[in-house]
Design a binder for this molecule. Structure first.
Ligand SMILES: Nc1nc2c(c(=O)[nH]1)N[C@H]1C(S)=C(S)[C@@H](COP(=O)(O)O)O[C@H]1N2
Ligand SMILES: [Mo]
Length: 166
């Protein structure tokens, strides 16, 4: 019991073959597997999660890796100001200003256990600021694409989340 709601896991989500790619406007594109990810400094924090559909999960304790540490390895170009975080299921993607993304955590544990696939494991993005939208908490993160201009059509997360209301 986490307090999070349960949603279907899309068929394309395959945790056994998970890796995270950092692509786009970077000097060094990365493919990060679980063992490399585990060498980055980890941090733990507790937050409430509130969905725009009207439910809240109180006091979730996440553990994971600050996205900024991954971006330091990839070296975004000086012109890059945006990023698109894509889920393993293909269609779902959420845009961020790069500074906000750098402060987010890629969580691999929830409440002291490995994050299960039902709640976005192996890796779920958790923005660390208090003001964030539920659809920014991207489950099954597979790719961070660094961009020099703000994505429009590819940023599907808000519309998909709002389409679930009523
Ligand atoms: N890949 C992906 N991530 C996603 C979503 C989604 O549909 N696909 N929905 C978002 C929304 S709107 C919410 S409220 C939470 C739901 O998280 P839960 O399934 O763990 O309750 O996931 C967020 N992350
Ligand atoms: Mo949501």
């Amino acid at each position: 019991m986490t307090g999070l709601e349960s949603h279907d896991v899309p068929a394309a989500v395959d945790p056994a073959n998970w890796e995270l790619r950092v692509t786009g406007a970077v000097a060094d594109p990365l493919r990060i597997d679980r063992s490399w990810l585990s060498t980055f400094p980890a941090e733990t924090f507790t937050q409430d999660f509130e969905c725009v559909e009207g439910w809240t999960a109180a006091g979730l304790t996440w553990r994971g890796f600050r996205v900024g540490h991954l971006l330091e390895r990839a070296k975004p170009t000086v012109q890059s100001g945006h990023a698109l975080v894509r889920a393993m299921d293909g269609e779902y993607a959420c845009a961020f200003p790069i500074e906000r993304l750098a402060s987010a955590v890629l969580a691999t544990e929830l409440d002291g256990e490995p994050l299960g696939v039902d709640h976005g494991g192996p890796a779920r993005l958790i923005p660390t600021e208090s003001e964030s939208d539920c659809w920014e908490s991207v489950k099954w993160v597979a790719e961070i694409e660094i961009l020099e201009s703000e994505p429009t059509d590819a940023d599907t997360a808000e519309a998909l989340a709002l389409s679930r209301i009523e």
